[in-house]
Write a protein that binds this ligand. Structure first.
Ligand code: GLU
Length: 301
């Protein structure tokens, strides 16, 4: 029986070039590469370089070099090309803009002139508690669902948000974490899809890339489970099939907390300079070691 190419596994790794890759990123990307390899599929590399303030071309180049040093291989990406090029988000703005126009035509988004600070204050969330996630968008900031939407171009300079289906229970089956549940409008609210500086949000860019690049399974850190629910809503609204998801537990630092980009001593570069080998790192990953400290000490030759 011919194997349909539409059904073959397509995975991706998506580094953000805002710093050097550390052991935490490396482990997630290694899991993604292993799952693609085990499935006999294709691995793509996407450069998540949308944030002009924080992204740097030298970090994009370093990510590619460091992942190759670790032994990862991909057959599509900014450095090797491929059928879904370009693979840098900064070069895909037309694709995101078309998605925004469809969401606008469907009436599933609305313009928002409130700042992040307004939203945090109205949500009663202290700024430092917001973490990486968006605070719940206050209902009374949202226009009525039958309000006429201004044209996109007439609203340059304002943010656009996706109107979530309040109270709808959402589920997906995660290949590593099992069934995940969330309630729209309770666990997360109307979220950003387009920023007033003319760029798509992470949620929109990521969902559109996964769909248009034919990704069949998204492997990424467990910190992004809530984002998956948002991206599933976007994919559904735009009529794209949902990929599978596999969220990896995060590598932890000496104090038990997740590694941040500033964990420079645990960057692949620093480990390489200190004489740590790719084989050692890969074998620690293969034995499911999640503590950076144990990972480096218990696997020393
Ligand atoms: N670029 C994102 C990050 O480094 C990954 C996003 C994703 O895998 O969906 O956190």
């Amino acid at each position: 029986m011919p194997i349909s190419s539409a059904l073959s596994y397509r995975g991706r790794i998506a580094p953000s070039p805002t710093g050097l890759l550390h052991l935490g990123h490396a482990r997630t990307f290694w899991v993604a590469a292993e799952r693609a390899r085990a499935a006999g599929g294709v691995l793509t590399l996407r450069d998540d370089d949308l944030d002009r303030q924080r992204c740097r071309a030298d970090f994009s180049a370093a990510a590619i070099e460091d992942l190759r040093w670790l032994g990862l291989e991909w057959s599509e990406g900014p450095d090797v090309g491929g059928p879904h090029a370009p693979y840098r988000q900064s070069e895909r703005l037309d694709t995101y803009r078309r998605a925004l126009e469809r969401l606008h035509a469907l009436g599933t988004i609305f313009p928002c002139t409130h700042s992040r600070r307004d939203v945090l204050e109205a949500a009663g969330a202290p700024h430092e508690d917001a973490g990486d996630d968006e605070p719940l968008y206050p209902r009374d900031f949202r226009p009525p669902s039958d309000a006429r939407l201004p044209a996109l171009d007439a609203s340059n300079g304002c943010n656009w948000r996706f109107r979530v289906p309040d109270g709808e229970p959402l589920t997906f089956n995660d290949a590593l974490l099992g069934e995940q549940r969330s309630v729209a409008g309770v666990d997360f609210g109307d979220f950003l899809v387009w920023r007033k500086d003319g760029l798509p949000s992470y949620q929109l860019a990521c969902a559109i890339d996964d769909a248009t690049m034919g990704i069949t399974e998204v492997v990424r850190g467990a910190d992004l489970v809530k984002s998956t629910f948002r991206q599933l809503l976007l994919l559904r609204a735009l009529g794209h099939p949902a990929p599978g998801y596999a969220h990896c537990p995060l590598v932890t630092g000496p104090d038990g907390s997740r590694l941040a980009k500033r964990s420079d001593s645990l960057s692949l570069r620093a480990l390489r300079a200190a004489g740590v080998t790719p084989a050692l790192i890969r074998s620690a990953f293969a034995s499911n070691e999640l503590s950076a400290y144990d990972l480096l000490s218990s696997h020393a030759p």
